[in-house]
Design a protein around this ligand. Structure first.
Ligand code: HEC
Length: 118
């Protein structure tokens, strides 16, 4: 448990140091791919497939896995981004992103175009 908590704070520290958690990180962009790069890729990886290190540290979910692709919807992603994960390993990003940005990134992650990042 201590190890998990430490991992989470390290990841958040990195994300803050990179400026990736700030509201202006995506320059007010409402383009899904750009928001993903600035707000999500630090944990989920640039293609949506997290590195082994991030999986070991935070158990970051692979957004390209068949399991997730079978059930992903814009609503699921939107809720996840607003509220974070129940175990708090993914922080709530409501407040860090505007409503329009949350909807744009959610639509993008849930769309087939997301897999074109591979
Ligand atoms: C600090 C790291 C971190 C950041 C930043 C982050 N996530 Fe996550 N995300 C996680 C972790 C960890 C999980 C797995 C949580 C769990 O165990 O339930 C996850 C899970 C998810 C899931 C899967 C939910 C499910 O039902 O399985 C989605 C979708 C998701 N994230 C989307 C995003 C999007 C979109 C962004 C950017 C707006 C983002 N995440 C930013 C760490 C992060």
């Amino acid at each position: 448990m201590v190890r998990v908590a430490l991992g989470a704070s390290l990841a958040l520290g990195a994300c803050l140091a990179l400026g990736a958690c700030k509201a202006d990180a995506s320059d007010g962009s409402v383009e899904g791919p750009k928001i993903f790069e600035t707000m999500c890729a630090a944990c989920h990886g640039p293609t949506g497939k997290p590195t082994a290190a991030m999986v070991a540290r935070l158990n970051v979910r692979d957004l390209t896995s068949p399991e997730l692709r079978a059930r992903v919807t814009p609503e699921l992603v939107e809720k996840q981004v607003r509220k974070g994960s129940d175990n708090k390993l993914m922080p709530a990003l409501e407040g860090a992103l505007t409503d329009a940005q949350i909807k744009a990134v959610a639509a993008y992650v849930a769309s087939p175009a997301f897999l074109d990042r591979q």
